[in-house]
Design a protein around this ligand. Structure first.
Ligand code: TXA
Ligand code: MG
Length: 350
């Protein structure tokens, strides 16, 4: 299949591109489009054949449910059984934006979209291109991240083309995304709202609006085989670069010293090494392909570059990635959740 590629300016949306994309969605085919978090691979959420195509294109396990993207509250009412009080407050506070809410699903939502669960994940994205596409087409769009399963999520249209060119009908290029890691997922179907995936909207922000919030125990720290994550996708070794990735924790000078030592060792053995530094530390590294992921003074610069940096190491075909750790107050838990998964939880304390 020939993938149609169209550029669009989010500040001045060319409606002919939206029109072309909505025709494709309405006939049950797939369009990748930008959101504020990562690029999504969209298809009609209420058409089981259309959502099945998403699983095939991504090579995604069929038990991993999709998020339904909406552009107004009326559309939410079409796909959920009821809107609990906590959800109303969260919708008021954070929508449109990078928050996905789990509801009990209405019968119209096919099992193919929810992986057989009787709940449904819903998100109202804030990105102008995503909102315009949903609103104009009036298609409720099921959209996982537009990557091949297991690869880092796409933050540019080029990443989408690298993975899915020839497999989907259209890619809308709206430039690089703003956040760079996937939305926070919160489940409001049980008594205590629970975070199933950390993201830009963090625990503190949620608690300011709805009071006490828990974090799914299965996503804290190293995966415990006895605990099953409530978001099925969180059990997979997602976000993985091709190289062997290790994170180094500790005070900044000893981390740099250790990484330099290990990098030199690997390079002497003939391996190619990539190093993840920050703007503040990039000058401390003397071996391998040194990349700054952003500034520690600006957490968003780090979340925005994480997947791009991991993909660039795939392109450079490095054998080993040695990375600093990026613990921080606001976005730290979300960034470290993705980094630890990408590293298969290999962490060295210096
Ligand atoms: O930021 C995002 O959320 C992006 C953009 C495109 O909106 N989408 C995204 O989709 O990250 P995806 O498919 O890569 O991740 C969806 C996650 C998976 O971990 C899945 O298991 C979980 O949401 N999920 C979906 N429906 C669920 C449900 N009913 N109950 C629990 N978890 C659910
Ligand atoms: Mg994904």
């Amino acid at each position: 299949m020939e993938t149609i590629y169209r550029k669009i300016n989010p500040q001045e949306i060319d409606m002919s591109v939206i029109e072309e994309a909505s025709k494709i969605l309405k006939r049950g085919d797939m369009v990748a489009f930008p959101t504020e978090t990562v690029y999504g691979l969209g298809a009609d959420a209420l058409n089981e054949d259309a959502s099945r195509k998403i699983y095939a294109a991504k090579g995604r396990p069929s038990d991993n449910p999709l998020i339904v993207h909406v552009s107004n509250t009326e559309q939410v009412k079409r796909v959920v059984k009821e809107i609990p009080e906590a959800a109303k407050k969260l919708m008021d506070a954070f929508w449109p934006g990078p928050l996905t809410i789990i509801f009990n699903k209405a019968d119209v939502v096919p099992n193919g979209t929810t992986g057989g669960l009787n709940t449904v994940a819903v998100r109202m994205p804030s990105h102008e291109v995503a909102r315009t596409l949903i609103e104009y087409s009036d298609v409720l769009i099921a959209a996982p991240s537009a990557n091949t399963s297991g690869r880092p999520s796409p933050t540019t249209a080029k990443h989408v083309m690298d993975d899915l060119n020839g497999k989907i009908s259209m890619v809308i290029d709206g430039g690089e995304v703003g956040i760079g890691i996937e939305s926070t997922i919160v489940d409001v179907t049980s008594d205590i709202p629970t975070i199933l995936r950390p993201g830009f909207i963090n625990k503190r922000m949620l608690e300011e609006v709805i009071g006490h919030v828990e974090v799914d125990k299965a996503i804290i720290g190293r995966p415990d085989p006895a605990l099953k994550p409530k978001a099925p996708g969180m059990k997979y070794k997602h976000y993985a670069p091709k190289a062997d990735f290790t994170i180094y924790e500790g005070d900044k000078d000893s981390v740099a010293e250790k990484i330099n030592e290990i990098a030199r060792e690997y390079i002497n053995k003939g391996y190619k090494v990539g190093i993840i530094a920050s703007d503040e530390s990039v000058d401390k590294y003397h071996y391998g392909e040194v990349v700054s992921i952003g500034s520690r003074a600006d957490e968003l610069s780090i979340s925005k570059s994480l997947y791009k940096v991991l993909r660039s190491f795939d392109d450079m075909k490095v054998d080993y990635i040695l990375g600093e750790s990026f613990e921080s107050d606001e976005l730290g838990p979300a960034i470290m959740n993705r980094m630890l998964k990408a590293a298969g939880y290999q962490v060295i304390h210096t």
